[in-house]
Design a protein around this ligand. Structure first.
Ligand SMILES: [Fe+2]
Length: 288
């Protein structure tokens, strides 16, 4: 009989009830999640009030999600979960990862650009930045006609969808590599920015005395049929928050060299990407 006699007795019944799940992966993932959840609730001796608060947090991150912000993605990011998923699914042969979390601001269908174009379309003031790089495959061969999708915050630390002063799709663009796998484009140096703190994630960060400031970075999504889509970020090497990213996205390999010209009036950044063989599957955009 499935009648609970103690907190610990519920787990067995729950797993039994889920055991008929025909999809074996769904069965094992849900069984493991349930085991961890039950253990967690008992380990911290979760009170009824705390349980209610937890459920309210989940409802609130849903409500705070809309056209310009995805609070659910942000919650996964500030808990470190997004980075764990990115790293464990993208290990290179040296045990390092070229990938980083997608973040909440990627939009599909950024404007198609020609190599050399400037993605600062709103006359965005800031230090001009020249970005260059090469896309190679796992054998080190250049990948021609790869798609390099880039998006970044402005020099005041806002994505265009957060900032009425920027034109739609400002600081976003998609480039195709040339026959030697190279790409280059112009932009302005991004600033670090606080993750949105006006929602439930901000409440949590304040309760934990954590600062919300991400180090300055450029987001990249590199793709080519026959290869796994590489989702990553390249961080400014001189940013004061490099070692305290609230989303834990920085790895040694993703620290870019942002070189300032001797006159201090422009900057350049070079970064190479490596694609692994696999299926070209794009993530669902967190915002439209
Ligand atoms: Fe970002």
């Amino acid at each position: 009989m499935n009648i609970a006699t103690s907190p610990g007795s519920v787990l067995g019944f729950t797993l039994d009830a889920m055991n008929r799940t025909p999809d074996p992966r769904l069965r094992s993932v849900m069984a493991s999640l349930t085991r961890h959840l039950h253990a967690f609730v008992q380990e911290v001796k979760l009170t009824e009030e705390e349980f209610e608060q937890a459920l309210e947090f989940i409802v609130a991150i849903g409500h705070a999600t809309g056209e310009t912000k995805n609070e659910v993605v942000l919650a996964a990011d500030i808990l470190g979960v997004s980075t764990v998923v990115a790293l464990q699914n993208n290990q290179d042969p040296h045990g390092e990862s070229p990938a980083a979390l997608l973040g909440p601001f990627w939009r599909a269908n950024a404007p198609a650009c020609a190599l050399g174009d400037n993605i600062a379309r709103s006359g965005t003031p800031g230090i001009p930045l020249e970005v260059t790089g090469t896309v190679r495959d796992h054998r080190g061969q250049p990948v021609a006609d790869a798609m390099v999708d880039v998006w970044q915050a402005s020099p005041v630390g806002l994505y265009e969808n957060q900032d009425p002063a920027q034109e739609d799709m400002n600081l976003r663009g998609r480039f195709r590599t040339d026959a030697e796998g190279r790409f280059h484009f112009r932009s302005v140096r991004p600033a670090g920015y606080p993750v949105p703190t006006d929602g439930p994630c901000g409440v949590l960060l304040r309760a934990q005395q954590r600062h919300p400031n991400r180090p300055a970075h450029l987001h990249f999504m590199v793709s080519k049929p026959g290869h796994k889509v590489l989702i990553t970020q390249v961080f400014a090497d001189d940013d004061e928050n490099l070692e305290s990213d609230p989303t834990f996205g920085v790895t040694r390999r993703l620290i870019g060299r942002f070189a300032l010209a001797p006159d201090g009036r422009s900057a350049s950044m070079h970064h190479d990407f490596e694609l692994e063989p696999g299926e070209m599957k794009f993530p669902r955009p967190p915002i439209p």
